[in-house]
Design a protein around this ligand. Sequence first.
Ligand code: NAD
Length: 249
Amino acid sequence: MKLLENKTALITGASRGIGRSHALLFAEEGANIIFTDLQANDNSESLLAELRAKGVRADFLASNASDFAQAQEVAQWVEANYGRLDVLVNNAGITRDQLILRMSVEDWNLVLDVNLRSVFNYTKAFAPLMMKQRAGSIINISSIVGLNGNAGQCNYAASKAGIIGFTRSIAKELGSRGIRCNAVAPGFIETPMTRQLSEDVRKEWMKQIPLHRGGLDTDVAHVSLFLASELAGYVTGQVISCDGGLAIN
Ligand code: NAD
């Protein structure tokens, strides 16, 4: 029996990177997949084809996760077309790094909107359905930067720390309805987001990681798979780091 057989999962911002990896792994474990991203492109089309080739039901919805009304529309569509949602992965996220003295109000607002407001939007949109089911697993992708802070990333760190407070609150609020809510805090993961960094910055990161390698997007997806599945049936309100030991420094 696969870990997510007969389950339905939605992952935001999943055309590429960590979200894509979640979609593929969850589908391999038998889940039907709905994934979102800002717009349809070659990545979303190829992911949709790969998911359907695994024999599960899959759909892509172009939707901006930071927009409350669009999240409501996604939830209505999912309820009408799939009837339920077992796993919600709030993955969509961006960076706009800058030191505080140079950070614009626009970049502060944009990062908080995409990274934190989106988590509120989707949790609020799907909470009624999950409460009706009396079951659900919500997984919020935070970051070790939300735990430890990072110079040049105060907007990103604030958004990812906010996710942790939100996660613990929702775990307390919805636990009695059978809904679990946890966060995953990835460290340095090899994705298009981190490939933009200079070689010097990358080397500095590697030195600090006890396992001496960057994480893979599949490393993060494996932690989420545990949280999504019944293996984590008694786990809620937790933040699980997936960082090669980076945060223990
Ligand atoms: P990525 O940039 O490769 O992928 C992010 C995806 O989100 C993209 O497809 C993008 O189009 C989509 N997206 C952006 N804004 C959106 C919006 N408003 N609505 C819907 N979709 C939107 O990034 P990634 O590295 O795969 O990161 C995924 C998540 O993991 C993010 O929340 C990120 O903060 C977190 N994270 C990443 C790392 C890392 O090292 N890569 C570390 C810690 C946490």
